[in-house]
Design a protein around this ligand. Structure first.
Ligand code: BT5
Length: 265
């Protein structure tokens, strides 16, 4: 698999030597975190054929069956303040939507903040994690992405069957994970090049792909659920929600989840 992916990477991809494929890992994010703490360079990327403990935000798990999806994490060292990276998950979502478009020929939407969706179903998700020096400076950022690639609907466990889809299901043909993985790596490198300088253009691309905007949403914070209307994405990648006349607030992804009024999207 390692060689197949490397062959598919364009010649000008500069991080080809920094890419490792493992048959099985607990979580590619957790594995890469250890490498990051030991000084691995920017661009180090870890992919697994199967994860036994793939996870998402807020302690949720990400179902990562063998050979059916792409489970990939990449290490960035942007050398900026953590507050300058608030938009990282949005940038990664745009980059992943472009990669899917390139490799599979259809354009997924983005459910704020970190989900790739098609119609009412989830195609993949993103988990970004930051690491700090003892003095509180940013040491690294890890972007972890899981995208369902070649599952059929019946392959998903029952609890996901109604809300998940794969690239092959949407494209109507088999999509090879190595092709998607190569497109994802290339797109992540491109994203890293404009992460700090191309924020406005990236946010516009995010807004135009974001299926949450303009919708009635439920904002779930622990036990509390509030209804509102999603108005816009802020420069930091937060969601502006109107909860009632004159009550417009920004919600940030670390603290809440969003549900559409009629289901998952
Ligand atoms: C995410 O979390 O969607 C981020 C997932 C990131 C996974 C990647 S894989 C490589 C790297 N290594 C890791 O350990 N993680 C990253 P969140 O927004 O919290 O969504 C989790 C929810 O998505 C679950 O509670 C399920 O409802 C749903 N879900 C789980 N597995 C799914 C799948 N394969 N397809 C669609 N939905 C899924």
């Amino acid at each position: 698999m390692q060689e197949r992916i490397q062959k598919l990477l364009p010649g000008d991809y500069p991080w080809g030597e920094l890419y490792e494929y493992h048959e099985t890992l607990g979580s590619t994010n957790d594995y890469l975190k250890v490498l990051a703490k030991n000084g691995a360079p920017e661009g180090t990327a870890i992919m697994a054929g199967y994860q036994t403990n793939g996870h998402g935000r807020l302690g949720r798990s990400f179902h990562s069956p063998e050979g059916d999806g792409v489970y990939l994490s990449i290490l960035l060292r942007p050398g900026c303040a953590p507050t300058d990276l608030m938009h990282l998950t949005c940038a990664a979502a745009v980059a992943m939507a472009k990669a899917v478009e390139h490799a599979c020929g259809f354009a997924p939407g983005i459910k704020w903040t970190n989900d790739l969706v098609v119609g009412r179903k989830k195609l993949g998700g993103i988990l970004t994690e930051l690491g700090f020096t003892p003095k509180g400076q940013l040491s690294y950022a890890i972007v972890g992405i899981g995208i369902n690639c070649r599952q059929r609907q019946e392959d998903f466990p029952e609890e996901l069957r109604e809300m998940a889809c794969s690239c092959s299901m949407i494209a109507g043909r088999g999509i090879a994970p190595e092709r998607l993985a190569a497109a994802m790596l290339f797109s992540l490198h491109q994203m890293s090049q404009t992460l700090l300088t191309g924020k406005e253009a990236m946010l516009d691309a995010y807004r135009s792909r974001c299926v949450t905007l303009g919708k009635e949403v439920s904002v779930v914070r622990g036990e509390e659920i509030r209804r509102g209307k999603a108005l816009d994405i802020t420069p930091d990648g937060g969601l502006l929600v109107e909860f009632g006349p004159g009550e417009i607030r920004e919600v940030s992804s670390g603290e809440v989840s969003i549900r559409g009024m009629y289901g998952y999207v």
